[in-house]
Design a protein. Structure first.
Length: 320
């Protein structure tokens, strides 16, 4: 028997079906607009044990339940079809030693979430030849994506909502490109360390602790919004920021611990916009609104600022 279930409410989150069945789900927006979501035929694909022991090319589609940790071998490729929902048991994660192609579309995005509405899964670890994630949401997760080795990582039109850390890049000379993405975290936002190279363009990072942190990295941030409740950017290395907004940091907007260059960027509601500890800072066309513009320690080599507006209670303190 087939029943029609019509909802005139806002639909939030993912709920795993406990029984296999056939249904039509209609979502109403106002009086006239309705969209019917096609059901997953045949129920979920449930993965237990070694899910990659047959063949070297694998495809997930529809509804997928992952019940234990999985590792994609180095010589294998995994493709996630548009519209797929991957639900993982709490504490469970996927390690990619081969290649992962997880590309949804605007009409059919891919979603990763926890099987338990009250639990979190571990995340995706990239150690393989390549990994591309697009039009995808990753939620109810400890650390969304970790780069621990292998080839390039590309994230585009991705939303990650994590309990501990949204993105972790920790491999020498690994190259990561992120565009048009949203990262939210109950801990730190993005950790870039160990000589990683990363470019972020048109991203929004909101974190309860530091939005960006790390050591020994080369990071470029373009046209982005950086919101760390404690610190906006605290990375030791070579940092370039352009056309961005740094806001809401209760401690420091940007912590200078290397070579930091910032231009055409707005600092707003940061207790201190820029704190120089070591290295050098170059700023051009900056706008600062808040209590303190610059706090410069004696160990800083150089600070050069030009064509900027500092609407702060105190322009600068320290070695200036």
């Amino acid at each position: 028997m087939t029943n029609d279930l019509v909802l005139d409410v806002e639909l939030i989150g993912n709920i795993a079906a406990t029984e296999v069945g056939t249904f039509d789900l209609q979502i109403a927006k106002g009086e006239d607009s309705k969209k019917t979501l096609e059901p997953f035929a045949g129920g979920p694909l449930v993965l237990r044990g070694n899910a990659f022991d047959v063949g070297t090319h694998h495809t997930w589609e529809g509804l997928v339940h992952v019940m234990n940790d999985l590792t994609l071998p180095a010589s294998h490729a995994l493709s996630i079809a548009p519209g797929t929902r991957v639900l993982l048991a709490p504490g469970v994660g996927l390690t990619v030693s081969g290649s992962l192609q997880c590309s949804g579309t605007e009409e059919l995005p891919i979603a990763w979430a926890s099987l338990d509405p009250n639990g979190v899964w571990a995340g995706i670890v990239h150690r393989g030849s390549s990994m591309t994630v697009a039009y995808t949401s990753i939620t109810q997760v400890e650390t969304g994506v970790s780069q621990e080795g292998g080839g390039p990582l590309r994230l585009e039109r991705v939303m990650i909502n994590a309990a501990i850390r949204a993105l972790r890049l920790n491999h020498p000379d690994s190259v990561t490109t992120v565009a048009d993405a949203i990262f939210e975290s109950g801990g730190s936002g993005i950790d870039v360390s160990n000589d990683s190279i990363a470019t972020f363009e048109r991203v929004t990072v909101s974190a309860k602790e530091n939005a960006f942190l790390g050591t020994g990295a080369q990071v470029t941030i373009l046209d982005s919004i950086i919101e760390g409740d404690q610190v906006g950017v605290d990375i030791t290395g070579e940092i370039d920021i352009s056309g961005s907004v740094v806001r809401g940091a209760s401690d420091v907007g940007i912590q200078v611990k290397g070579s930091v260059r910032v231009n055409h960027t707005l600092f707003v509601d940061c207790s201190t916009a820029v704190h120089g500890e070591t290295g050098s800072f170059e700023g051009d066309h900056l706008t600062m609104v808040g209590p303190l513009g610059f706090l410069i320690d004696d160990s800083v080599d150089a600070v050069n600022v030009s064509s900027s507006i500092l609407a702060t209670d105190t322009v600068a303190t320290g070695n200036v």
